[in-house]
Design a binder for this molecule. Structure first.
Ligand SMILES: Nc1ncnc2c1ncn2[C@@H]1O[C@H](COP(=O)(O)OS(=O)(=O)O)[C@@H](OP(=O)(O)O)[C@H]1O
Length: 562
């Protein structure tokens, strides 16, 4: 049920976390704004109305619901498209999401989980005892609660005390509402969610979320890191027009071409580095990577993946999206309301400045190994050349070394094949053959330094553990109990990472990340998920001037080296 507020909530990551992001950060240019996080509503294009926020107010309307800690969190990345994703998700009846960015795990952790779940309950309980509420040992809460308790103890006049308490309660209630620090109420079948993009790069956060619940589902919206960095910079510049140029901030030493990896705009895009920390605490299955590009080009497709990951019915579909050419982005429809589409506000989809192409190229080169590592870790092949992907899907493999060299990633599917014709890493490329054509399905090998992705089917031929003969088939029992055995074969031979959707013996393949779908089971979906990075439509939308709407932000932090 829509509420009747015109509340502005979160200014999505307009402010970086300059304390906790990857250790203490140093401000480059006096980032005075750490107030954070009020942000976009879905503005109607002509700005005459706001989309109303069901989630926050409904927390006060339905007594049968309870406040829960989030079971799923959008943890990043800043400027990836996190607001769009959250707003898309909020269309789902089984999702209750905090509109604002709570920044609990990076900035407010010392306030305790109960504050995170329900700051209001703490407030209402505290004054009676005159003690600080459980886990409320911070200055922040002391400032909120102790004066009230003090006042109550000292007041002779009951009414004065009650009035003060009422006023304080109301003030904090308002504050909580405005800050958006309130977990929405949800019923049993509903998922509680929040998004705070700085979590992804804040080193303490994975362990903290794990402590809250090891089952938390984590969603990361990733975007081409160069575009992301420019977006980050654009946001900062919209508030501080006098900041140095993107080009000069990018380099530690411009003439030497040395990229400054302590600049947060650069560092956040080193996705693999940050991911390593998350994988120390969570299995990869609990992380979903959403493509920021596809969230724009195919929001319904990306939402299908997200709903699937969250175990939700596919409620949010094509009919909820309408591409707005003026905005350059998909906007949101509520078909059941027959409403006009609503778009994100003006802080989303700013016009990016033109950046020296040489600098852009240097950054692209800089990110290449990080991207590659990231793809290896996630098993997501979005940067693959689409033609190549299609050719794989049709089993028309590249036939020459030259063709292979054009690709960053080689897909290898062992299927019923064996790796019998692998040549030495130096000789490079061979389209695999097998000594038993009947078993040959498809096999590609690439340069050993390339990540090689593989679909490996339990029950196929593979390496018998302990044997050097890769042609020796594993027997049924071994196949079942050692599903990772094929992986070690591939690694042995190609020195590469492979992936599988099946289980995996961690001792045999500790580098293997199990995330993606089976090509054969979900061929089409997988193929469409393998898009090359797309140029964002809005970047071509030259006519639009970025407008600053008085929102806080920064983005010029220097972060500790990773
Ligand atoms: N539907 C829709 N409408 C508007 N904008 C969209 C949409 N989908 C994705 N995006 C992209 O989201 C980018 C902002 O990312 P975030 O929401 O993660 O930013 S923030 O970190 O919360 O500040 C924002 O980046 P910029 O274009 O650089 O402003 C958009 O490109």
């Amino acid at each position: 049920m829509p509420n009747l507020t015109t509340k502005r909530h979160d200014n999505d990551s307009e402010v970086d976390n300059h304390e906790s992001s990857l250790g203490a950060s140093r401000d480059l240019l006096n980032n005075e704004n750490d107030l954070d996080s009020r942000g976009d509503d879905w503005d109607e294009m002509r700005g005459e109305a706001k989309v109303l926020d069901d989630n926050t107010m409904s927390g006060f309307l339905n007594e049968s619901e309870t406040k829960k800690l989030p079971q799923a969190i959008i943890i990043g990345v800043k400027k990836g498209g996190t607001r769009a994703l959250l707003e898309f998700l909020r269309l789902h009846p089984d999702i209750r999401a905090v509109g604002a960015e709570p920044h609990f795990f990076d900035r407010n952790y010392d306030k305790g989980l109960e504050w995170y779940r329900s700051p209001l309950s703490i407030l209402l309980e505290a004054p009676h005892s005159g003690e600080a509420p459980a886990q409320q040992d911070t200055n922040h809460n002391a400032a909120r609660c102790h004066p009230a308790a003090e006042t109550e103890r000292q007041a002779d006049n009951f009414f004065l005390s009650a009035a003060l308490r009422y006023l304080l309660t109301t003030a904090v209630l308002l504050r909580v509402l405005l800050d958006g620090e309130l977990m929405p109420k949800s019923s049993d079948g509903q998922l509680t969610m929040e998004k705070t993009p700085s979590y992804y790069v804040t080193k303490e956060v994975p362990a903290r979320i794990h402590t809250m619940s090891k089952d938390t589902k984590l969603i990361v919206v990733v975007r081409d890191p160069v575009t992301r960095a420019i977006s980050d910079y654009t946001q900062t510049r919209s508030k501080k027009p006098d900041i140095p140029s993107f080009e000069s901030l990018t380099f530690k030493n411009m003439s030497a071409g040395l990229i400054d990896t302590t600049w947060s705009a650069v560092q956040i895009g080193m996705y693999a580095k940050h991911l390593e920390r998350w994988l120390q605490h969570f299995p990869s299955e609990q992380l979903l990577f959403v493509s920021g590009e596809r969230l724009i080009s195919d929001p319904a497709g990306e939402m299908a993946r997200v709903q699937d990951f969250l175990g939700l019915r596919k409620v949010v579909t094509e009919k909820h999206f309408h591409f707005n050419p003026a905005k350059g982005f998909p906007c949101l429809k509520r078909p059941e309301w027959n409403s006009k589409p609503h778009c994100l506000g003006k802080t989303k989809g700013r016009t990016h400045p033109n950046i020296d192409p040489e600098v852009v190229q240097k950054l692209r080169d800089f990110y290449k190994p990080f991207n590659r590592k990231f793809y290896q870790m996630t098993g997501c092949l979005r940067h693959m050349n689409q033609t190549f992907v299609e050719s794989i899907m049709q089993h028309n493999y590249p036939q020459s070394k030259k063709q292979f060299e054009e690709f960053d990633v080689v897909f290898m599917s062992i299927g019923r094949s064996k790796l019998v014709d692998f040549k030495s890493p130096e000789t490079g490329f061979e389209v695999g053959k097998t000594n038993k054509d009947t078993h040959y399905k498809h096999l590609l090998l690439g340069r050993p330094q390339l990540p090689i992705y593989s679909e490996i089917h339990r029950g196929d031929w593979g390496h018998r553990p302990g044997s050097d003969d890769i042609n020796e088939p594993a027997d049924e029992t071994q196949r079942e109990s050692h599903p990772g055995q094929h992986i070690s074969v591939a690694e042995l031979n190609a020195g590469s990472i492979v992936r599988t959707h099946h289980g995996c013996d961690p001792s045999a393949c500790d580098e293997v990340i199990l995330t993606c779908q089976d090509l054969e089971d979900g061929g089409e979906e997988e193929a469409s998920a393998l898009d090359q990075f797309e140029q964002l439509k809005h970047e071509c939308n030259e006519g639009e001037e970025a407008e600053e709407q008085g929102q806080d932000h920064e983005g010029l932090h220097r972060l500790d080296p990773v």
